[in-house]
Design a protein. Structure first.
Length: 420
């Protein structure tokens, strides 16, 4: 398993190109199940989760290939030959559950492994299943698999989500594109990735309005056709590298960064004493003075994103004063705390809240990654710490961030990957 060796204490200066969004790209690949024609995606990030999704789609019978040797350009298409999503793939990546809606809509049946939990929580899929049942699917659970059937196809209806679930919104939106009649999703997730998915589906011939609001309307059509779509830039990758500029007292230009996709995060940065400006398609982040402690609560978009929580905790661990972070989305997303404390942070967890007492400096230490965003919070701490930090289990990071060591080293960081 690869490790990172980081020597901290150097402010980062320079430019970082933000890649395509993992949490948009995964679902856009799945949209390829909705048509036998070719869907071409550009700005595809080169990360492990995308590769996992490619293998899942291939075992459904689709061809997934790069176009003209350009690994950021993928072509997806072909006929579905299997409607089963096996445990060995689904258990590796929860987003695999998103094939359920498209398979049902296209093939009127699906057998998808229950994804099981992950490090940050149990992460059930009950809202996905209830929504599909509202559209007429007959669903049973047995032997750890979801068996779903819709022999007469899906029928549009009104679905009210008790929680603005990102995955449930996406699964239902895709399923509804081929349902008979109109589907309304009320209390839908409003993340920018919903808009990106709807834009792609509409380019494929779907009829979706309201994406990005809490009320999405989908009028079903007979069939979807091929299209070409550029994946939006990864707002969480952008926010993560913005934290790197802030925690090292540097000045970074993030190419492809978009403050409109990070509203609550930009406000948090400014409250903490970090300057964020949009200059064309570049988001510039620099620290102009001491970091100040702030309070944060994670919420569905447009609130502060849970996917930025671990990164901000590292940042606030070296702020002046105290901070409180409350995690309202996942039940176990504080696993970075003990590792940060081993580097000298002073963080106490009380239920869903963490109290952070800022310290003057952190010290490097051997630490272990536990999940994707926690991994990067430890890199951020290592970049600011005195001495050497060795981060193990970097495979967690490789699931969702591309070329981290290259991007950081190009801005002055002392970081290298050591292959075991
Ligand atoms: C997506 O996960 C993202 N993953 C997550 O990013 C992100 O943290 C999350 O949305 C919230 O923004 C991808 O897009 C691949 P949810 P998802 O459905 O769809 C509960 C990362 O680091 N819930 O909005 O699983 C669930 O348990 C990852 O990139 C149900 O109870 O998120 C959780 O507590 C981590 N029943 C909460 O809702 C359901 O049927 C949020 O889940 C569905 C969800």
């Amino acid at each position: 398993m690869d490790r990172f060796i980081i020597r901290g204490g150097r402010p980062l200066h320079g430019e970082i190109t933000i890649g395509g969004a993992k949490n948009a790209g995964l679902k856009l690949l799945v949209a390829g199940l909705l048509t036998s024609e070719r869907l071409v995606l550009t700005n595809v990030p080169h990360i492990a989760d995308i590769a996992t999704m490619e293998s899942l789609l291939r075992q459904h019978g689709l061809t997934v290939e790069t176009v003209g040797g350009d690994k950021t350009k993928l072509s997806v298409g072909g006929e579905i030959t299997s409607t089963e999503a096996p445990y060995d793939i689904v258990s590796k990546m929860r987003a695999s559950i998103l094939v359920l809606g498209p398979l049902l809509a296209r093939c009127r049946e699906a057998r998808v492994s229950l994804p099981g939990g992950c490090a940050i929580g149990t992460r059930p899929v009950d809202l996905h299943l209830k929504g599909l049942e509202t559209l007429g699917a007959k669903i049973t659970l047995e032997n750890g698999y979801i068996n779903a059937r819709a022999p007469n196809g899906l029928t549009g209806d009104r679905i009210v989500l008790p929680f603005a679930s990102v995955g449930a919104t996406e699964n239902l939106m895709m399923a509804a594109t081929l349902a008979h009649g109109r589907t309304e999703i009320v209390n839908a997730a409003r993340e920018p990735e919903m808009v990106d998915l709807a834009d792609c589906l509409n380019a494929m011939g779907a009829r979706i309005t309201g994406a990005g609001t809490g009320h999405i309307i989908i009028d079903g059509v007979e069939a979807l056709h091929g299209a070409e779509h550029r994946i939006m830039s990864d707002r969480i990758e952008c926010g993560t590298y913005a934290c790197a500029a802030a925690i090292t007292g540097g000045d970074l230009r993030l190419i492809g960064g978009n403050v409109d996709h990070l509203g609550a995060v930009v406000r948090a940065f400014e409250e903490a004493g970090v300057e964020v400006t949009q200059e064309g398609d570049v988001m510039r982040v620099r620290r102009t003075g001491a970091l100040r402690g702030i309070d944060i609560m994670t919420e569905p978009y447009p609130g502060f994103p849970t996917d930025m929580q671990a990164q901000f905790m590292a940042l606030l661990s070296v702020a002046e004063g105290a901070s409180m972070i409350t995690e309202t989305i996942f039940e176990n997303r504080f696993m970075h705390v003990p590792e940060l404390n081993r580097m000298g942070a002073r963080i106490n967890v009380h239920g869903s809240s963490a109290i952070i007492r800022g310290v003057h400096s952190l010290s490097g230490a051997p630490v272990m990654a536990t999940d994707l965003r926690a991994s990067f919070s430890l890199i951020l701490a290592g970049l600011a710490a005195h001495g050497e930090t060795i981060l193990s289990r970097v495979y967690h990071l490789d699931r969702g961030y591309e070329a981290v060591e290259r991007k950081l080293a190009a801005c002055g960081a002392q970081i290298e990957r050591v292959k075991d």
